[in-house]
Design a protein around this ligand. Structure first.
Ligand SMILES: Nc1nc2c(ncn2[C@@H]2O[C@H](COP(=O)(O)OP(=O)(O)O)[C@@H](O)[C@H]2O)c(=O)[nH]1
Ligand SMILES: [Mg+2]
Length: 438
């Protein structure tokens, strides 16, 4: 079970990288303290991709109250390159076993479209993945429901693109291989607080019903919805209708603060100007997108309709709908339920490894509870040298890993930190209720 591949699926800026960042941030300390599990970010950053720490800083930035306590617009720009993030999990209580690796393939939303040059590469990558994680932008999901327009449904929730991915998913691993499909609604704090998550669960199962149906072709698959709060202190506030959504192009002679602008390119066709998205309040008063503060147009300031801007990510045209969602900072950076997602990945790793090694998870759990781990550890120390020499180190190491992981997971399931806030849609990993259950 030394490595597992996870494909992150979702529209651009839906929050794929943020999920990883918050998962790493919240779990690291207590996994090591309470469970002897060392979780490390072993990503190769030499290609210059966003670090998970930068992603965390970006999220904390969205909460900055010194800007203003007002609602502000959600970000527009998602990652632009196909990236791989790598988590390494080392079981520190047992010496000499290999660490476990989880490879997350993080793909910019546009690459899932058939017309994109990277599309074939994406299709090849998903064939090797055991886990498919679908980041669902909750405000977009609710927006499309309000619009009652199949076109919006398709474009904002990437329904077609997911159909392709699910069809190719894990193909190189065979029909019998274990698979985990997780829908991860994010930016859902508002619906959690209003006790309206049932609606979100229900919409996910409706919007992606065909994709869920495709997975019935696989004999061992678990499908679930696992909402996570990647920030915690940021609540959805409202949407702006497209005709009130504008780009403010400042008077070129004005000195504009960084917090009051998003772009300084030639967006409006009369030279480089500092620009920002804003909501129109009256003919000359707008609300600025990054601070939510009112601004009165003066001098050569100009307002341009978003639909007139031809350049992504600002443009609003058919084929590129954007729900302009505003979020209000109400508290600290306090992610929630991200560790539950990590626990689910860990459970899956054990189930997958057990299935491959023809082991029963039930037996492993009782071995881990009865103290056999200690026996394994002693045995391990004594015969390690011999095993190395005769070259069967791999299989023994794997069994030790499995037992140690089962022990950690069984303990985690007792931990109040894991609140079980998720919904299992379908589970055939465990058709007879025995072998693959925790
Ligand atoms: N409003 C809001 N924004 C978030 C939340 N989590 C992340 N973001 C922001 O959403 C933007 C896009 O996130 P990112 O993870 O880069 O999306 P990706 O393109 O799918 O990888 C970033 O600016 C994040 O800071 C959240 O819970 N609420
Ligand atoms: Mg990303």
């Amino acid at each position: 079970m030394s490595s597992i591949n996870v494909m992150l699926f979702g529209a651009s800026r839906s929050g794929k990288t943020s999920i990883l960042s918050s998962m790493l941030t919240v779990s690291r300390t207590y996994l090591s303290k309470d469970y002897n599990l060392l979780l490390q970010d072993k990503t190769d950053y030499t290609d210059g991709k966003t670090t998970l720490n930068d992603s965390k800083l970006g999220m904390e930035n969205l909460l900055k109250k010194d800007w203003s306590p007002e609602p502000r617009l959600g970000d527009l720009t998602g990652s632009q390159q196909l990236s791989e993030y790598r988590f390494q999990l080392t079981i520190t209580s047992v010496q000499g076993v290999d660490p476990l690796t989880v490879n997350f393939i993080d793909i910019p939303g546009e690459n899932f479209k058939q017309i994109h040059p990277a599309y074939n590469q994406v299709c090849d990558l998903v064939k090797d993945c055991q886990i498919l994680m679908v980041a669902v932008d909750t405000p977009s999901l609710l927006y499309t429901d309000n619009m009652q327009d199949a076109y919006y449904d398709e474009a904002l929730n990437c329904v077609e693109e997911l159909r392709d991915m699910v069809s190719l998913w894990g193909m190189n691993r065979g029909k019998e291989a274990l698979r985990l499909l997780v829908f991860v609604p994010i930016k859902c704090e508002y619906w959690v607080q209003k006790n309206r998550m049932d609606k979100v669960y229900q919409l996910i199962e409706k919007v992606y019903q065909d994709q869920i149906a495709i997975t019935e072709n696989f004999s061992k698959v678990k499908i679930m919805t696992m909402p996570v709060e990647t920030i915690g202190g940021l609540l959805f506030d409202h949407y702006t209708e497209p005709d009130r959504m504008k780009i403010l192009a400042y008077d070129p002679d004005k000195k504009v603060f960084q917090k009051d602008m998003e772009d300084n390119r030639n967006l409006v066709g009369d030279g480089d100007r500092d620009c920002i998205r804003c909501e129109m309040k009256s003919a000359n008063i707008v609300t600025l997108g990054k601070t939510g503060l009112p601004y009165c147009l003066t001098g050569k300031d100009r307002l341009v309709d978003v639909r007139e801007i031809p350049r992504p990510p600002y443009c609003f045209r058919e084929g590129y709908p954007i729900p302009y969602a505003w979020f209000k900072p109400v508290g600290e950076y306090k992610p929630d339920n991200c560790d539950q997602l990590l626990l689910e990945i860990m459970k899956f790793m054990v189930q997958d490894a057990a299935a491959i090694a023809n082991q029963k998870v039930r037996t492993l759990i009782s071995a881990s509870n009865s103290g056999s781990l200690f026996l394994f550890d002693c045995l391990w120390k004594i015969i390690r040298f011999i095993l190395k020499t005769i070259g069967i180190l791999g299989s023994f190491s794997q069994e030790t890993q499995l037992v140690a992981m089962c022990r950690a997971i069984s303990k985690m399931k007792e931990d109040k930190r894991f609140l079980g806030k998720y919904k299992v849609i379908y589970n055939s990993l465990d058709p007879d209720g025995s072998d693959f259950k925790f």
